[in-house]
Design a protein around this ligand. Structure first.
Ligand code: ZN
Length: 368
């Protein structure tokens, strides 16, 4: 009897020992490989691009997204050029109807009627209609802060009391706000001091704020955005383009620490590559620290095309190249600056920035 008991005890202990071993050390090599994705895993991993502008009824882009295992957010915004926002929204609704599993969309509101005394009520009614049609988020654009003026000719900034009313409404509805507020810091610098934007601003002096000191400064834009977040601590917010703090991971970290519901999209790829080139460890630490707050996106504008093959190839190559930067440590070249190595973020961080954070912000599920 006693012998049998000891025998069983030995069996259990051995079993326990092996089970424990399996938890601690599932063969070090296997574990190591599993912690990181490879370039070839690109197609297998479920991904989300949080910053897409579809300006067409054509579906080539969406077909490529399906092929590359990408879901996406189509963003409607109030731009003074290109396709008007009503038309952008028509396309968004059309695609949502045909590809409801692949996408969500963000609506916006006009400010051309800002002077009307019931602007707030009209705006909320307008947004309510868009939510009823399936909008998942709201976008505000840089025209607030850089273009819109009040009845006295003063610039309307994003922390304006009338905007507050709309944001209180969004907070109550639980709808996230996406903000493109201000511009990259380059916009306020002379051409020779810019990091990446010389080409664009030399061709568009009208948007080059260094030449327009009567407009709000870069600091004015960032301060107004920060004030807005300060006033709406329960609003889910995603700052487009690294929250217009693309030039400094330290400045961006300060905001992410101060505003717990702030996220940013990663659509300033050259800046992220430059941070990595200068200090890879610091950049990697930034991604590890804020892994729940960073959301992958490309800011791709999808226009009608006569060459769908070229469009699909271009999108695929961009997605694959950026996957290489985040998931592997392959050598990459940043034009005009030099060589760097990819960040090779752990699998669980990749899963967050490439899918889970967007899914959580937008309440998006794939149905799997
Ligand atoms: Zn955009």
């Amino acid at each position: 009897m006693q012998k049998k008991f000891i025998f069983l005890l030995c069996i259990y202990s051995l079993g326990g020992f092996f089970a424990l071993q399996a938890v601690i050390d599932p063969s070090p090599n296997v574990k190591k490989q599993e912690d990181y994705y490879k370039l070839e895993d690109f197609g297998k991993v479920k991904k989300f691009d949080v910053h897409i502008h579809i300006n067409t009824s054509e579906t080539h882009f969406i077909e490529q997204a399906v092929e590359d295992n990408f879901y996406f957010l189509d963003i409607v915004d109030d731009r003074p050029f290109g396709l008007p926002m009503r038309k952008q929204q028509e396309f968004a609704l059309l695609h949502l109807k045909n590809f409801p599993r692949q996408m969500v969309f963000a609506t916006t509101f006009p400010v051309s009627n800002w002077a009307e005394k019931d602007w707030v009520q009209n705006t909320m009614a307008d947004l309510e209609r868009s939510f009823a049609k399936g909008a998942s988020a709201v976008k505000i654009w840089k025209n607030i802060g850089m273009d819109l003026r009040d009845e006295n000719g003063a610039f309307v900034m994003v922390d304006h009391p009338r905007i507050d009313s709309v944001l209180t409404y969004l907070t109550r509805k639980g709808v996230p706000l996406l903000g493109h507020n201000g511009e990259p810091r380059d916009c306020w610098l002379p051409l020779e001091e810019m990091t990446f934007s010389q080409g664009y601003y030399s061709e568009h002096p009208e948007y080059h704020m260094y030449l327009h000191p009567e407009y709000p400064s870069y600091e004015d834009q960032i301060t107004a955005r920060d004030n807005m977040l300060q006033k709406h601590p329960e609003l889910n917010f995603m700052g487009a383009h690294l929250g217009s703090l693309e030039w400094s991971l330290d400045e961006l970290s300060k905001r992410l620490d101060a505003y717990p519901l702030m996220r940013v999209d990663l659509t300033r790829m050259p800046n992220l590559m430059l941070h990595t080139l200068k200090d890879r460890q610091k950049t990697r630490n930034f991604f590890m620290t804020y892994q729940d707050r960073l959301i992958y996106g490309t800011d791709s504008a999808i226009n009608p095309t006569d060459n769908p093959g070229e469009l699909k190839q271009r999108i695929h190559e961009k997605w694959l190249e950026e996957w290489k930067f985040y998931a592997t440590d392959a050598p990459l070249n940043l034009k005009g600056f030099g060589e760097l190595r990819g960040l090779k973020l752990p699998r669980k961080v990749i899963d967050k920035i490439y899918f889970e954070n967007a899914s959580e912000l937008l309440g998006f599920k794939t149905g799997e």
